[in-house]
Design a protein around this ligand. Sequence first.
Ligand code: SF4
Length: 375
Amino acid sequence: MARHARFSPSAASRRLNCPPSLVLEEQFDEEESQYAAEGTAGHALAEHLIKKHLKIRTKRPVSDYYSDDLLEAVDEYVSFVIGEIEDARRECTTPVICVEQRVDASDYVDECFGTADAVIVTDKVAHVIDLKLGKGVPVYAEENPQLMIYGLGVLSMAELLYDVETVRLTVFQPRLNSSSTWDVTPSALKKWGEEALRPRGAMALMGAGEFSAGAWCRFCRARNQCRARAEEFLKLAQMEFRAPALLSDEEISEVLRKSDELAKWASDVYSFAQDQAIIHGKVWPGFKLVEGRSVRKYTSDEEVAEAAKAAGYNDIYKHSLIGIGEMEKLMGKEQFARILGHLVYKPQGKITLAPDTDKRESITKTTALAEFTEV
Ligand code: SF4
C-alpha cells in the first residue's frame, strides 16, 4: 500500500471541486511549511496526552515548536476530547476510543485513506474529531468532505460492532476559538459517498474532468501557475461595465465577491515569482530585484546607552506596561482574572463588510453607523 494516499482526505474539497488538480499537482514537489511542522508537533503532543488519560503507554514527544501558545491550544483540544470520552463512557459500557486512527475510504475511491485525530464510537454514535491548529480561517463540520471521508472510514469499522445511528463530525480549532459539530445519518453519508465521492474521486485519479478555481485552490501546489485559476480571476477585469455611467449594486457586489480572492491570488503569484527570482535567479521580463526601504538601527543598545550617558543624556529610556497575554502568563489565568479581570475589556471588533456566507452574525445598520461615527 502507498505510504501517502493519492487521494488524501485533507485535499478532498479540492479534488471534488477540481478533479484534475490531483494529477496536475503530482508534477510539483511536496511543500513543507513550518506551520505544517508545528501542526504535526502539536498533534503528537495531543496524542500523547490523550493516551496518557486512557492509561496507554506513551512517551512525551519533544519539539522546538512547543511554545506556550501551542501548548495552550493543545490543552484545550485535549480537554474537549477527554470530556467527549467521559460522556461516551457514561452512555455506553463498551465505547471504542482511538487516537490518530488510520481510516480508510478506499471502498469508495482507490488510495483514499488518512488519519483521524480522535475517534469515539458508542453503540449509537460514531464521533470523529479533527484538530486544526492553524490560525487562518475557521473551518466548519457541515458537509466538510475531509470529515465526511473520515466518517465513512470510521463507519465501516464501527458498523462491524454496533448499529450506529449517527455519525458525528467535529472540527476543533482552538486558536480561532472555533468548534463546529455536524450530525449526519449513516445512510446520508453513504449516499454522498456513492453519488459524489465515488464518481469525482475516480475522475481525480485519472486526471479527468474540468479545472475549476475557487476557495479550494488555496493549498493547491499548482496555484501559482494554474491557468484555470488565472482565467477565473482575470474574468473580473473582463466584466462588461457599460451604460449607465454608474455601476449597479449587483456589479459592485460582484467586484466585492471577487476582490478578496483576487488579492490572495495576486499575492500568491507575486510571492512565487519573487522566490523564484531571489532563490533561483529567475529573470521575469520587465522586472528586476531591488533593495527595499530600511530603517536605521542601533548596532548595540548597551553601547548607545553608555555613549549617550557619557555625553550627559540620561533621559533615554521609556517604560511601558507589558501586554495582556504576557501579564496573564506572568500571573497565571486565575490570578490574572482575580487581580486584573475587572480592568480588562474587549472592545468591539472593527466593522467590516463580509459575504453572506460568513458565519459571523450580521450587525444592524444602526449599530454599524453608531460604531463607525464614534470618536
Ligand atoms: S489551482 Fe485551483 S483550479 Fe488550478 S488545479 Fe489547483 S485547485 Fe484546480
